[in-house]
Ligand binder design. Structure first.
Ligand code: F3S
Length: 401
């Protein structure tokens, strides 16, 4: 891979050991993908977590004197002080999460601790070259915004944030952004959960590639797109998609495919979505907890939970959690949503992800969630998936029919 004089000097350690290691990682990735050069990025998002691998890598770079050259946001860890008060978090585990948080602060990252930074804390524009990791973030910035990123790991995104560059390959080139698979949607898509089911089904069917959705007649809203992105990249490994007529690089089906429309196609009807929903409903009967906000809930979604719980009481045997960003929680407090949810017996927590050790207490419990991604992480004995309204109803009754 061609390196500029400055990049050579970074690789030789002239800018410090932290930058040298970041550069070494990016050059190795570039070589693996036959990249010819590095390209400047304007921002990055590191899918950090409060676990050991992330602690190791961020400390490695920070101890070597590295700091972010471009805005680099961070994924959820957890609200350590809060969870230490309500659950028993083993001291060593809390210490790991604490060191991750300190590490990212030392390296100059945006301490967003949020998995949907592209709507508030770190928003790329159309055409920006960026390095975004995290399941919903990569497809959202590529497909909905029209920025360009490869499917980064937490480590490669952080290294790119430190260097301010990324190897040029894959989705940084227009020709690699063409659709590879036609998805004819005949199903009725009425709300966010329908998009969750659609994403989960299509990701599972296709696995890998760039689906082009046709037949969607109503412009999807932000929350629907977030869910579609997260699920396509949970049941599958899909870093980009097009929706004919709605996403930025798909004004026509032909443009989405950059030419010929491939023969490979699937049709999704109400029948397929119903089947997926049934498959995800793994249990019924008594529940111990409700987990919402995977991906992090937006203000609109927190407001919807408050509306459903207004004047109601959550069953005394059920714990009720809504995960969101600190930014959204602040606004939700101002708008009275948090106090409505708390009066009903629920919690709204910032900075926290369902895939963190802070949920140990629920290892043997049965949960219900509106997110197949949340269920996939298996932090509970059993996690069944249902529409938000059904999750709230189950919380109130203490059971899922
Ligand atoms: Fe976000 Fe964690 Fe779910 S990063 S999408 S809350 S698993």
């Amino acid at each position: 891979m061609y390196l500029t004089k400055e990049e050579e000097r970074m690789l030789n350690g002239e800018f410090g050991e932290g930058m040298r290691m970041a550069m070494e990682l990016l050059v190795a990735i570039g070589d693996a993908y036959d990249a010819e050069r590095m390209v400047p990025i304007s921002r990055a998002h590191a899918a950090s977590s409060g676990q050991e691998g992330d602690m190791y890598f961020v400390e490695l770079l920070a101890n070597g004197g590295a700091s972010c050259r471009v805005p680099t946001s961070t994924n959820p860890v957890y609200d350590i002080e809060f969870f230490e008060r309500v659950f028993e978090i083993p001291k060593e585990e809390a210490e790991v999460a604490r060191r991750v948080k300190v590490g990212y602060k030392r390296i100059g990252a945006i301490l967003s601790w949020c998995c949907i930074p592209y709507i508030a804390e770190n928003i790329p524009n159309y055409g920006e070259t960026v390095a975004f990791s995290e399941s919903s973030a990569t497809p959202y910035v590529n497909s909905v915004i029209g920025a360009r990123t490869n499917r980064e790991a937490a480590q490669s995104a952080l290294a790119a944030g430190v260097i301010g560059k990324t190897p040029e390959y894959g989705l940084h080139f227009k020709e690699n952004r063409r659709g590879t698979f036609l998805v004819k949607v005949e199903a009725t898509l009425e709300d966010e959960f329908d998009y969750t089911l659609l994403g989960y089904y299509v990701g599972k069917q296709i696995g890998y590639g760039i689906p082009v959705f046709t037949g969607i007649s109503k412009r999807p809203i932000t929350e629907e797109l977030i869910n579609l992105c997260a699920m396509l990249n949970t049941s599958g490994a899909i870093s980009m998609f097009h929706i004919h007529g709605f996403t930025v690089e798909a004004p026509t089906v032909k443009e989405a495919f950059q030419g010929d429309i491939p023969k490979d196609k699937i049709t999704v009807t109400d029948h397929e979505l119903k089947r997926v929903q049934e498959e995800l409903q793994t249990t019924s009967g008594k529940i111990d907890l409700v987990m919402l906000g995977c991906p992090h809930y937006t203000l609109k979604q927190v407001g919807e939970v408050a509306r459903l719980l207004e004047g109601k009481k959550i069953h005394r045997d059920v714990s009720f959690w809504v995960c969101t960003s600190a930014t959204t929680k602040l606004l939700a407090e101002r708008m009275g949503y948090v106090s409505v949810i708390e009066r009903a017996g629920g919690h709204v927590v910032a900075d926290t992800c369902i895939d963190e050790p802070c949920w140990h207490a629920y290892r043997d419990k049965v949960g219900i969630t509106d997110s197949p991604k949340c269920a996939y992480y298996r932090r509970f004995k059993e996690a069944t998936v249902a529409r938000l309204q059904d999750c709230v109803e189950a919380a109130i009754k203490g059971e899922r029919r």
